[in-house]
Design a protein around this ligand. Structure first.
Ligand code: GLN
Length: 229
């Protein structure tokens, strides 16, 4: 399983979200605390974010471990955004390890990350997928349906492949959508903004765990949970 994180709120630096917390995604790339499948997340990483006055997100992805990117460590404290999605990757056996297989995936408007695995044979054809990687194929299916159908797609795919693990995280810069289906997810809501993360990045007592098989929607107005069935 990979680890992922999304943020919506007042502008924060990429470093404050991804690198600086005591159990940040950077630390989770070599020492995750709650990971059930795999031990390290060293097969790549990606960060997507929105810059002012640009409707489409910017992305920086790599197929190497996050801890090795001195360039990102240098730039991340200098870039702030009100909406960020980031992931570190532990590749599923048989999946390619290159930049195009690293989340977040995009259709130009949305960003999407997947913690888990899925049998690609149960997915409809996804001609626009960025990679043959299962997560990229699944992202293309979600984008084709419209990202707001995230919960419906997870239920359908999870029914077709009962062994699938389908923790998804998606954003269009104005809201966060997430599903729990087989792995952990936590929420931290503060006056500054809301973070969704595979696991808490610090020991703030305000983190709460999302139950399995739920859809989470975060907007500037708050966070809503809905059971998936
Ligand atoms: N199946 C995806 C991949 O190979 C995600 C893996 C994961 O969640 N560890 O990249």
């Amino acid at each position: 399983m990979c680890r992922h994180l999304a943020y919506l709120g007042r502008p924060r630096t990429l470093a404050s979200l991804v690198l600086e917390p005591p159990s940040s995604l950077l630390v989770q790339s070599y020492a995750p605390r709650r990971q059930r499948h795999g031990t390290v997340n060293a097969d790549g990483w990606g960060v997507g974010w929105w810059a002012p006055d640009r409707p489409e997100p910017a992305r920086w992805r790599a197929a190497t471990p996050l801890w090795g990117s001195a360039s990102f460590a240098s730039v991340a404290p200098a870039v702030s955004s009100s909406c960020v999605l980031a992931a570190v990757r532990s590749a599923t056996v048989g999946m390619p390890v290159d930049e195009t297989a690293a989340a977040p995936f995009t259709d130009g408007t949305w960003l999407l990350s997947h913690n888990g695995r899925v049998d690609r044979a149960v997915l409809p054809p996804a001609p626009g997928a960025e990679s043959v990687c299962d997560s990229a194929q699944l992202a293309a299916v979600v984008f084709a349906r419209g990202a707001t159908a995230l919960g419906d797609v997870v239920v359908e795919v999870g029914t077709a492949d009962p062994a699938a693990r389908l923790n998804l995280l998606a954003t269009d810069g104005t809201r966060l959508l997430a599903t729990t289906w087989g792995d952990t997810l936590s929420v931290l809501a503060t006056d500054e903004g809301t973070v969704l993360a595979s696991e808490p990045y610090d020991d703030d007592p305000r983190w709460t765990d999302v139950p399995d098989r739920h859809l989470v929607t975060v907007t500037p107005d708050g966070t809503a949970l809905e059971a998936l069935q």
